[in-house]
Ligand binder design. Sequence first.
Ligand code: C2E
Ligand code: CA
Ligand code: CA
Length: 280
Amino acid sequence: MNRQAVKRLQIENLMRFGLKEDHFEVYYQPKMNIRTGKLTGMEALVRFITPKKGIISPGVFIPIAEETGQIIEIGEVVLNKACRDVKKWLDSGLFSGRVAVNLSAKQFSLPDLTSRIDVILQKNELPSYFLELEITEGTVMDDPKEAIAIMRSLSARGIHLAMDDFGTGYSSLAYLKQFPLNTLKVDKAFIDDMTNERGRNMVDSIVTIAHNLDLHVVAEGVEQANQVEILKKLNCETVQGYYYSKPLSKDEFTEFLKRQQSKATPSLIRTNNKNVTSIN
Ligand code: C2E
Ligand code: CA
Ligand code: CA
């Protein structure tokens, strides 16, 4: 066997063991409102933390998990943990938005996808309103008609749907308008390319298409202040990227939420004081 095949097999075995031993963790990357600078939601991103080999990047293990089908089980671990964490943040009054979870093509084509999701939401007592699913163009363009039916059943439950990595795959604009989407995520490649006029025009066009279809726009992989400025001018409403925060562990994200809340505290304290005075 060549080296690559051996490495693949090693990772496959590590993932099998990791699923048994609970080595898959969920990190959260904030999505911020570009105008207010406040948190609007977050994306759940899987982290494979092995005791011996350290963190293995999703870029390395996700493609293998897709091939072997292990992505189905990994995806459910991620969805379950994301629902559990969001429920906790909701109950403690730290958060009231949506968590976005990536859905792989393999998961999307499961005949019982919706009931699997229902079971996980119910188990965690999380209303579907708090969930968003990110799917890529490749996932829905395999069989667009079938995809529309699946998306409709998810959407009917109040789950939001986002088109991930928009513009990098082969999607058809004719279908784009038929998909019951809520959000379009502009891929990092387009954000990186905003240094030149053609690149900026491209993002401008994508934002316009999205808005004309009544879709919300999220810019991904935003790293610099000048990118935020350009995106503001282009009317993009939400940004995600290292400029605001890298993906954070559950505990780090809890701290992030507390800091966000304390930004709003002064007026809260004032209101409370007023109440106290009026009672006295
Ligand atoms: P994605 O869905 O496009 O996620 C965004 C990726 O960009 C994440 O990489 C994130 O850490 C990275 N990123 C965010 N902001 C910046 C930035 O400002 N600069 C740079 N250079 N990178 C940024 P990550 O976590 O390594 O994930 C890579 C891909 O793996 C994801 O791309 C997604 O396709 C897949 N993935 C991650 N978690 C899951 C999961 O739970 N299920 C499935 N099916 N796929 C997942
Ligand atoms: Ca994503
Ligand atoms: Ca993406």
